[in-house]
Design a protein around this ligand. Structure first.
Ligand SMILES: [Ca+2]
Length: 327
């Protein structure tokens, strides 16, 4: 039986990846999402804190043999904020915005809390997670090759969203291709990952014919493996779905590597050009497949100074388990 992710870890990731609170002065609020409990010291460096804890776990047999089971979970999510002299928003207002966000995120991910979308929005050269590079070469360079050049901050912004604003790599050397390399940092342990979906929006052009090829790095074999491609000369969405032997594609550092190149090389007169509008990696883990809010209430702490504004959510989750027969 494959490993299952702890529901608390799933919900912490879901909330931290999607929490988007904008303060009255237009800046983004810094929100810490963690397991229980609320940490007053840690909290000093953030506009708000969210804690997640498990309150209950129950198992139900779904068939007489007991092989298929549903595990129901009760979760507590607390939202914490306090007044800060340096902030444009009162503690009450930050709390209210975080409550709205928890509601939105859970509602939008009710049937897929175990799915995480990784993409480049907000990424620049200083970011330590996802990375993107370009090169021109006759070979499919390995991820560690010295000839890869990282995108500049302005270039990164072109692959932040699917908005028809594209980064392009043009290469004009006879017999050589235009290449891009993408590194996604996956937060989940490889043993609990059950599906990886890589999506590339873009296309390639070259004198002989248009099209682009995608390959995924098999870090155990140390080789690029053919994964997909397109033949268009305009935007295409090319999707690569991986469901077996996933540990071969997530390396020791938690990276998944994707290579894109033009199908055909330049002839030295006309360049090979690779265009990328947007690229993403969606990871599904073995874990809860349903999450919803039962209720929430305010539980402010006004017996301490400064006041701590807190809202407490009760959530329900479930996951299905297939247990092998006892012998
Ligand atoms: Ca774009």
């Amino acid at each position: 039986m494959s490993e299952i992710e702890d529901p608390v870890a799933t919900v912490v990731r879901l909330l931290s990846k999607n929490m988007w609170v904008v303060k009255e002065d237009g800046s983004l609020a810094s929100i810490l999402v963690s397991r229980e409990w609320y940490d007053r010291e840690l909290f000093k460096n953030y506009d708000g804190q969210i804690t997640v804890g498990l309150t209950e776990s129950r198992e139900a047999r779904l068939e007489i043999s007991g092989r298929l089971r549903r595990r129901l979970g009760g979760l507590r999510v607390n939202v914490w904020a306090t007044d800060k002299p340096s902030s444009s928003d009162s503690g009450k207002l930050i709390r209210q915005k975080m409550v709205e966000e928890v509601n939105r995120i859970v509602r939008q991910n009710r049937n897929k809390p175990n799915e995480t979308l990784y993409y480049f929005a907000g990424v620049g050269q200083a970011t330590g997670t996802h990375k993107a590079y370009h090169a021109g070469s006759a070979e499919e360079l390995i991820p560690q090759h010295a000839n890869w050049n990282e995108l500049t901050n302005v270039e990164y912004e072109k692959i932040w969203y699917s908005d028809d604003n594209r980064y392009s790599k043009s290469h004009n050397v006879n017999g050589e291709y235009a290449l891009m390399l993408f590194r996604f940092k996956i937060d989940s342990r490889e043993k609990i990952v059950k599906k990886i979906v890589l999506a590339f929006e873009g296309y390639g052009t070259a004198p002989e014919a248009n099209g682009c090829v995608l390959k995924v790095w098999h870090h155990v074999a140390g080789a690029w493996q053919i994964a997909g491609g397109g033949s268009g000369g305009g935007d295409e969405s090319i999707v690569v779905t991986l469901t077996v032997n996933l540990s071969n594609y997530i390396d020791e550092d938690g990276y998944v590597w994707l290579l894109a190149r033009t199908v055909n090389p330049s002839n030295g007169v006309t360049p090979a050009v690779l265009y990328c509008d947007y690229v993403s990696c969606t990871v599904t883990v073995n874990g809860i497949t349903y999450l919803d809010i039962i209720s929430y209430r305010n539980v402010d702490r006004v017996n301490v100074k400064p006041f701590v504004f807190c809202s407490e959510f009760s959530l329900v989750s479930w996951l299905f388990e297939s247990v092998s027969e006892a012998t």
